[in-house]
Design a protein around this ligand. Structure first.
Ligand code: FES
Ligand code: FES
Length: 156
């Protein structure tokens, strides 16, 4: 099939797509967007988190055919125009919340989604942050630096 969808605000097309291959595969291997990571391919780790029509999803669990005509935003699409970092990304760097970095793109999208859904409400509590990020696994950091980054991002 020919896949037509909007990715990070641009109309993109990919030919010879098998409708059952994953959106993650399409993004990484066909559209040259390696930000979303392929770690488990089973919906367990959150490393592949992207927005699909504004909802955060695991791209490894979305079939390419399901993305037809829809809007996808990847971690690459969260940066500023000149490639500047998003405040969530800056908070991760400042807190030292990136070690191997494999979980980081998925976490950035998940935290972006958390802050967006929260709006301008009260500061997030640690249990709220932990619950919201329960689907994003990190094998390196012990999560403390990640919590610190989210606290910082939620104040910016
Ligand atoms: S690669 Fe998609 S959830 Fe792990
Ligand atoms: S920084 Fe390595 S898995 Fe999270």
């Amino acid at each position: 099939m020919r896949l037509d969808c909007t990715v990070n605000g641009e109309q993109r097309q990919a030919d010879d797509v098998w409708p059952g291959e994953s959106l993650l595969y399409v993004l990484r291997e066909r559209l040259g967007l390696p930000g979303a990571k392929n770690a488990c391919e089973q919906g367990e780790c959150g490393s592949c988190t992207v927005y699909l029509d504004g909802t955060a999803v695991c791209a490894c669990l979305v079939a390419a055919g399901q993305a037809q005509g829809r809007s996808v935003v990847t971690v690459e699409g969260l940066s500023g125009d000149a490639g500047s970092l998003h405040p969530v990304q800056e908070a991760f760097v400042a807190a030292g919340a990136v070690q191997c970095g494999f979980c980081t793109p998925g976490l950035i999208v998940a935290v972006h989604d958390l802050l967006r859904r929260r709006g301008d409400g009260e500061p997030l509590t640690d249990p709220e942050i932990r619950e919201a990020l329960a689907g994003n696994l990190c094998r390196c950091t012990g999560y403390e630096k990640i919590l610190e980054a989210v606290r910082t991002a939620s104040r910016s």
